[in-house]
Design a binder for this molecule. Structure first.
Ligand code: FAD
Length: 350
């Protein structure tokens, strides 16, 4: 009860975009799960799939939230092409968010070029609203250390380190983190139709929102998990097996179908270890293409498709989808427009 009041106060003080009155009047969902009995009161909408109270920009650049790092862990093997870390931040229950949203992080310090404060960087949330510890008080991120090496341009000091990703990957428990958001509604799950198939396509840290989805559907006792009867199909593209992210979690989730028969299916595209049908490197679009017929049938039947990760993934994906459409005598532009109109097409690339 104490937490609920605290949350309502936060909403009332910080968000002008939410109808606080309707939230206060909303009936509370029934709590059928003992673990979540107290938490559902303030972390689930009523009905649970309603988007009425999805908060956006609760915290802004001028009124940010200060969280505290709980843990920072390297999650790739020694032969990965770069470093990726899983970072968990304590928000004390004051930063409610939905799976698929992003956190803004303002790194400490000032810009070299003009001494102004650093600008905000976005990170898609990698935990469900309950957090990895299921307290509803933490948020986790999946961050790739963004380093750039150029001897031609910077002969004396060729390593240029990305400010915010290095700050986060170097953070230690107890460090304070300046946060804005949560932001974005593009990557939310279509929970209103629990039989919807999800096709989740990621490169690298683009896996973050899908980890949140998979936890919500297969790991946690949520009303969304109880209702889910579709197939959640994950495609993850990375360089090699050491760069795979959260693979033990996918294995565990695959072994745990939901009560209604919802299940997880996983495909990996390891560009430096696997070859595509033409004998070239296996990129994410090649792996999706292997299952093109099934993907198209699922989309015809209302599946939602998500793309998340590096911007560079989309041209290859689009070319592949165009080629498949041609083979199937489908007009690609109309096909895509229809998917977008039906809100089945979700893209968050950076
Ligand atoms: P910056 O300091 O902003 O530098 C950017 C790049 O330029 C770096 O690669 C750096 O090495 C290079 N650079 C720096 N100085 C120079 C120079 N002098 N010359 C040439 N190059 C230079 N990232 C994730 O890791 N995980 C996520 O889940 C994630 N989600 C995102 C979601 C959204 C919606 C968006 C928009 C972005 C997301 N990002 C994510 C990307 C993230 O926001 C940052 O852009 C990324 O971490 C790099 O920020 P940085 O401060 O480390 O690098």
């Amino acid at each position: 009860m104490h937490l609920k009041i605290q949350y309502l106060l936060t909403v009332a003080i910080t968000s002008s975009q939410v109808s606080v009155q309707s939230f206060l009047l909303a009936p509370q969902p029934p709590s059928t799960h003992p673990i979540f009995a107290s938490k559902q009161d303030f972390l689930e909408n009523s009905p649970y799939w309603s988007r009425e109270n999805v908060l956006v920009n609760t915290y802004k650049n001028k009124t940010p939230f200060i969280g505290k790092v709980v843990s920072t862990k390297r999650i790739v093997g020694p032969k990965a092409t770069g470093e990726t870390c899983h970072i968990t931040i304590d928000h004390y229950g004051k930063y409610p968010f939905w799976e698929g949203q992003s956190v803004g992080i303002i790194p400490p310090g000032a810009r070299e070029k003009d001494g102004k404060p650093h600008s905000v960087r976005l990170y898609t949330i990698a935990s469900s609203r309950y957090g990895d510890d299921m307290t509803g008080k933490t948020v986790s991120l999946c961050v790739a250390r963004a380093n750039y090496w150029c001897e031609e341009l910077y002969a004396e000091d060729p390593l240029k380190k990305g400010v915010c990703s290095n700050y986060l990957c170097d953070s230690s428990p107890g460090d304070e983190v300046t946060m804005t958001g949560p932001s974005g509604k593009v990557m939310l799950m279509p929970e209103e139709n629990p039989n919807t198939d999800l096709i989740m396509v990621a490169t690298g840290t683009g896996i973050a929102p899908y980890r949140a989805f998979v936890r919500r559907l297969f790991e946690e006792q949520t009303p969304a998990a109880e209702a889910y009867s579709g197939e959640a199909w994950l495609f993850l593209g990375v360089a090699n097996s050491d760069a795979l992210l959260y693979s033990d979690e996918w294995e565990a989730a695959k072994a745990k179908p939901t009560a209604n028969g919802g299940k997880l299916r996983v495909e990996f595209a390891l560009s430096r270890e696997n070859t595509n049908k033409k004998g070239g490197k296996m990129y994410i679009q090649d792996k999706v293409e292997e299952y093109a017929d099934e993907v198209f049938t699922k989309l015809d039947n209302g599946a939602h498709i998500y793309f998340c990760g590096l911007k560079g993934m989309m041209p290859g994906i689009q070319d592949m989808l165009k080629a498949v459409c041609e083979k199937k005598n489908i007009n690609y532009d109309i096909w895509l427009e229809e998917l977008k109109k039906a809100k089945q097409w979700h893209v968050e690339v950076y």
